[in-house]
Write a protein that binds this ligand. Structure first.
Ligand code: MN
Length: 210
């Protein structure tokens, strides 16, 4: 196993048959990981996280990713998250930061498309410059995406996220509606909320999901 495989220990401690946590694609591959978490907080939104070196660079994407190249989505940077956050699916208690239900909507590995070519650039360099191009190998999201930092947010930077045209791009439709459930457990937001909460919300019994 190479030193580049930052997740070696993470994986060694866990049994994929016993935990719902994702394992970041092929074990031992050493590719960087990504996750898109569906987060039912005060507003339902999606959080995109891309491994850059040893952290997950993170953005809140209010409307979630689209695989239609004509659709650009706002992505607002948030704080770096630890790598093993990519495996987090569960319930953040009400009143805590980000309180609400978190689903691993999609996860896998990606390739920095700017690492190839005449002037190879690392993801960290691309992040600094505010222009990322990467190819996702997820359960749902596949192929090339672009992220560009704009100056529209003034002091607070904003980015735009969109799908590049390739064999995985689809015009029209909405992958968020077509594939709403967890990539790792197949669960709905309601199921996660009822099964993973410390104290089962009263509405769960009514729905017969306990
Ligand atoms: Mn969030």
């Amino acid at each position: 196993m190479s030193d580049k495989d930052n997740l070696e220990q993470y994986r060694a401690k866990r049994d994929p048959g016993k935990t719902p946590e994702p394992f970041g694609g092929e074990a031992g591959g050493g590719e960087p990981i990504f996750v898109v978490q569906k987060h039912d907080a005060s507003h339902l939104h999606y959080d995109l996280r891309l491994q850059v070196d040893d952290v997950l660079k993170s953005w809140a994407v209010p409307k979630g990713p689209s695989i239609d190249p004509k659709v650009k989505r706002l992505a607002v940077p948030t704080e770096d998250h630890p790598l093993d956050y990519a495996g987090f699916e569960g319930v953040i208690p009400k009143g805590e930061y980000g309180g609400g239900t978190v689903m691993v909507w999609d996860t896998g590995t990606y390739r920095n498309m700017k690492a190839d070519g005449d002037e190879p650039q690392s993801m960290a360099e691309c992040y600094e410059k505010g222009h990322l191009e990467f190819s996702l190998e997820g359960n749902k999201l596949k192929g090339a995406f672009v992220m560009v930092r704009t100056n529209r947010g003034g002091a607070k930077p904003q980015w735009l996220l969109w799908k590049k045209k390739d064999e995985f791009a689809v015009s029209g439709g909405d992958i968020l509606v077509d594939e709403p459930n967890s990539a790792t457990t197949g669960r709905t937001l309601d199921q996660i909320a009822c099964e993973d909460a410390d104290k089962e919300p009263p509405e769960c019994a009514k729905k017969g999901m306990s």
